[in-house]
Design a protein around this ligand. Sequence first.
Ligand code: DLL
Length: 428
Amino acid sequence: MYNPNLEQLPLKEMRALQNARISALVDRLYHTVPFYKKQFDEHGLNPGDIKGVEDLPLLPFTKKSDLRDYYPYGMFAKPMEEVRRIHASSGTTGKPTVVGYTQNDLEVFDEVVARSLVCAGAKKGMKLHNAYGYGLFTGGLGMHGGATKLGMAVIPVSGGMTERQLTILQDFAPEVICCTPSYAQTLADECERRGIDTKDLAVKYAILGAEPWTEAIRQQVEAGLNVTATNIYGLSEIIGPGVSQEDFEEKGTGSYVWEDHFFPEVVDRDTGKPLPYGEEGVLVFTTLTKEAFPLLRYWTNDICSIYYDANAKRTHIKMSGIKGRSDDMLIIRGVNLFHTQVEEVIQELDFLSPNYRLIVDRKGTMDTVEVEVEVAKGVAVDRVDLQRDCIEKIKNTIGLSMAVKLKAPGSIPRSQGGKLSRIIDNRK
Ligand code: DLL
C-alpha cells in the first residue's frame, strides 16, 4: 500500500531497518537451513559477522543450481505445517524451482504487490483485468492477492483465449490490466484487427512484466491499447511479481525496489565483486523478511543497474529495466548480445514495428543471426533500401553484422498469453 512514511524513509533509517532484519535472518538461517550452515562454515564465518547489509559481500552467492541440489524442500526454513502455499517456476532445463510461503510471507507478498499497483496508477475501487497465468506461476495469484488487499475488484482472466480477453476488456470495463508485454502487444494487435476503438475502453493502466521489454514495446502498447504502461519486476525465488515497480508518473527512470523487504546488489558478472551504483551487472537479492524461503545473496542472472534517484517521489532505490538474463545472453562471434539491444534499434526505425525475433544458426564455425522483423503498417516488405538501412543501423549500434528479413505485419508468432521467446537458437 502507499505508505508515505515508509516510502519516504530517509536512507539512514532504511539502513537501520534493513540491518536489524538481516542480522535476525542470518542467525535463523544458520540454525535452520543446512545449506546456509555449510556455506558459513566453509567460509569461516559466524552469523554474528553479518551485522548489516554492508557485510553481505562477505557471503558467497546462492545460485539456482543450489536450489536444484536441495530440490524440492531442502531450502525451506520453516516446517511444512507453517507453509500455506507452494509455487514453482519451470526452468528451461530440468526440475522446477520450488518456493514456499508462510501466512506472513503471503501477507508480505500482498503488501508489495499492492504498493506496486498504486505505483502503477491503480486505486482502490478500480477493477483489475489479471491476464497473468494462474497456477504454479507466481504472476496470477501474486497480482490477485495484492489487488484484493488494495481494495480492487479482480477479474481472474488468466492468460490466453484472446477473444475472451477482448470481450472482458470491452464489457467488464476494467481500468487496469496486467499481463506480459508481449501479450499486451497481442491484445493491441487484435483490437486493431477487429476494429475495436480503444478510446471506448475503460482501461487506463497496463502493468507489464515477467520478461524483458524496452521503450519500443511501451510505445506500441500505449498507443495500441490507449494506456499508460509501467514495468513490474519480480521472480519466484524472491517472492514473485512486486519486487520492483515503475511509477506511472516517472516512466523511463527505473523501477522502485521495495528495499525494506528485498535488498539489491549489482555485481560483476565474472568476478562477483559489487559494482558502484549506476553500473550494469548481475542483480543479486537478499530477502529481509521472508520466513519459509529466505535467500541470501541470490544470483538472479538478470542484468541491470541500481541507483538512487534524488528527483523521485520515493526514497527507495531504483533499478533499470532488465537488459536480459546472463544465461540467455547470446555470444555471437565473440560479441555479447541481448535481444533487447535489437529491440532498441528497431525503435529508432519508424518503418519497423517491435514484432521481431532472432534466428540464430551456425554455418560451419560461424554463428549467424537473422532478424525477422515486421514492417510498420503500410510499408512494403520488399523495400531493399529499408532492409539495408536496418542492417547498417544494427551494425553501427551493436557492432555485429546480422541478416534482416522484413516481414508483413501479423506474420511473426505472437504471445499466446505467457512469456514469449524472441530467440530461436538452431545451434542447440
Ligand atoms: O516472472 C514473476 C513475475 C510475474 C514478474 C508477473 C512480473 C510480473 P519467474 O517466472 O520466476 O517469475 O521469472 C523470473 O523473469 O528473473 C527475469 O529474468 C524475468 N522477469 C520478470 N519480470 C521482468 C521484467 C516471474 N519486468 C524471471 N523485466 C526474472 C524483465 C523480467 N525481466
